[in-house]
Design a protein around this ligand. Structure first.
Ligand code: ATP
Length: 291
């Protein structure tokens, strides 16, 4: 019986691998067939962005004829930290997608260091921005390679320094194969907080002038949240940062807080100024502090 079981089991394994590979190939062709959402202009600028000053001016955007952003203007001076807050669905993550040019604005302009992002090459634009997304994608590779992805040419020392700054070293050293431990779908599954710290390490390694942090909606335990917040603080030093925040406690120290409601900027100011206005921000703050 066992003699029959082993080859059958092996055949089953081969079948699943082939089926998985075919599904990946189909997915790849589907992606290749898709029209790119944005196109570079004929002679895009390869300007090196150094300061990272961001400005949105009268930006309108819609998804499938549904208005999402309406005349949004905001600026992030070089080296400062600006936070965007608001109800779920207000359009906060959409701002980031437009800044990274996943989509183009319908009206208005977005500039970085005074250059319209539509005039920049996608490479120059995306090189200037390090994003810590809500959901970090881990590849089926070692945890070392997953961090290296932030800057593929980085040295081992740089990768390890970025991991240290992102508070990951202790965790990695405790893994069975340490830096070579396989993570991702077929490897070790990391918790939400650990994944986000991998993402922060990637962002630190990238050394881009602009850091964008799209805070995860899922709640983390308070130890994890503390580790992430202190990693983010380190990553922000000397950079321009734009933070989409769900937990207002994480952005109390921002130089400017922009409050978005149904795609419009309804308030902006520092934490203290917004609390004294007793508007939407003050209401969101009191709701979060009640629970
Ligand atoms: P949250 O706080 O829940 O993350 P958000 O303020 O970041 O929300 P966005 O993700 O910017 O909100 O979404 C704004 C609106 O755009 C939502 O109503 C959402 O359903 C819609 N939307 C987002 N992505 C798409 C898309 N790819 N196609 C169509 N509609 C979309």
């Amino acid at each position: 019986m066992m003699q029959l079981f082993m080859p059958l089991n092996f055949l089953g394994f081969v079948y699943r691998e082939i089926r998985g590979a075919l599904a990946n190939i189909e997915r790849m062709f589907e992606i290749l067939r898709r029209q790119p959402a944005v196109v570079e202009q004929e002679k895009p600028l390869s300007t090196l962005i150094s300061k990272g000053e961001i400005s949105f001016k009268n930006v309108d955007f819609q998804y499938d004829s549904r208005a999402i952003l309406n005349q949004v203007s905001l600026s992030v001076p070089a080296g400062s930290k600006v936070a965007v807050v608001g109800d779920s669905g207000a359009g906060k993550s959409t701002l980031i997608k437009l800044l990274y040019r996943f989509y183009d604005v319908d009206n208005g302009t977005i500039t970085i260091d005074g250059v319209n992002i539509n005039e920049l090459s996608l490479d120059a634009l995306r090189r200037a921005i390090a994003i810590v997304p809500q959901d970090t994608v881990l590849f089926n590779r070692s945890i070392y390679d997953n961090i290296l992805y932030g800057q593929p040419g980085a040295s081992e020392q740089e990768v390890k320094e970025a991991a240290e700054l992102a508070h990951l070293t202790g965790f990695i050293e405790s893994l069975p194969d340490k830096w070579q431990t396989m993570v991702g779908e077929r490897g070790l599954k990391l918790s939400g907080g650990e994944k986000q710290r991998v993402s922060i390490a990637r962002a630190i390694l990238k050394q881009a002038p602009i850091l964008v942090f799209d805070e995860a909606t899922s709640s983390l335990d308070s130890r994890s949240e503390k580790a992430i917040l202190s990693a983010i603080k380190v990553a922000e030093q000397g950079h321009t940062s734009l933070v989409v925040a769900h937990r207002l406690s994480t952005i109390v120290d921002a130089d400017m807080i922009v409050v978005l409601s149904a795609g419009k900027v309804v308030e902006q100011g520092t934490h203290d100024a917004l609390l004294s206005q007793a508007g939407l921000y003050a209401r969101l703050w009191s709701i979060q502090n009640e629970s």
